[in-house]
Write a protein that binds this ligand. Structure first.
Ligand SMILES: *Cc1c(COP(=O)(O)O)cnc(C)c1O
Length: 220
């Protein structure tokens, strides 16, 4: 199937309120444009340099999401234009994003990355760490950031029940944080979870943003 057909097919499985992010890392600008001409406007990248180059060369009405591990010293390269930063995994990084966003007089939407998988290698806060951070930090001081919710990646496994329980945990944490710390923050509404292999489970467990690469563009 073509890129356009893949997008149509995935969208037919998504409820109206769930946003489809086309993960375009390693994909050529020609392939991204094919998705664009099929109506796709939200794309996601995980490398700063690659994102900055694609932003320069591609249509300006694309919403670019950053979904990779972000180093503080690279925030400045994407701060002027990035739509949402998904994987905030430290207070230092949040401070840096706030500072860079201030230079451009904008507010950057951010999600906290939560470690829900069993794999050791994945970044993100544990549930305890994020609760501690929320208790100890006044996010109102970050006037150039909108904290919009949580992001997570499930374990890479065929065990659907394990994946489901990890997404459930993330959603429970999301609702707990919303009630206890973000009840006055009308932006705290996003749960970024689900990739090509597990997005249907993620949607069933409350995802509002799915990040899909392979099922749109093919194997990388
Ligand atoms: C690459 C990537 C995806 C997309 O993965 P696919 O399996 O190709 O859909 C989603 N989220 C993150 C954080 C990624 O790095």
């Amino acid at each position: 199937m073509s890129i356009a057909q893949n997008i149509t097919s995935i969208k037919s499985h998504l409820p109206e309120h769930v946003k489809l992010l086309a993960v375009s890392k390693f994909q050529s600008e020609a392939d991204i444009l094919e998705a664009y001409y099929a109506g796709q406007r939200i794309f996601a990248e995980n490398k700063v340099q690659e994102l900055a180059a694609k932003y320069e060369n591609l249509p300006k009405d694309i919403q670019w999401h950053f979904i990779g591990h972000l180093q503080s010293n690279k925030v400045k390269f994407i701060a002027p234009f990035v739509h949402t930063i998904h994987a905030v995994d430290s207070l230092d990084l949040l401070e840096k994003i706030n500072k860079e966003a201030e230079k451009y007089q904008r507010k950057i939407p951010c999600l906290f990355e939560i470690h829900i998988a069993q794999e050791e290698t994945k970044y993100g806060f544990s549930a305890n760490e994020i609760i501690h951070l929320c208790k100890s930090t006044n996010f109102k001081n970050f006037s150039n950031i909108q904290i919009c919710g949580l992001m997570g990646m499930a374990t890479y496994t065929d065990n659907t029940e394990q994946i489901r329980s990890e997404f459930k945990k993330l959603n429970n944490l999301f609702r707990y944080l919303k009630t206890d710390f973000f009840s006055e923050n009308s932006y705290f509404v996003e749960l970024s979870m689900g990739m090509s292999s597990d997005f249907q489970t993620a949607v069933e467990e409350g995802s509002t943003m799915v990040r899909i690469g392979t099922s749109i563009f093919g194997e990388r």
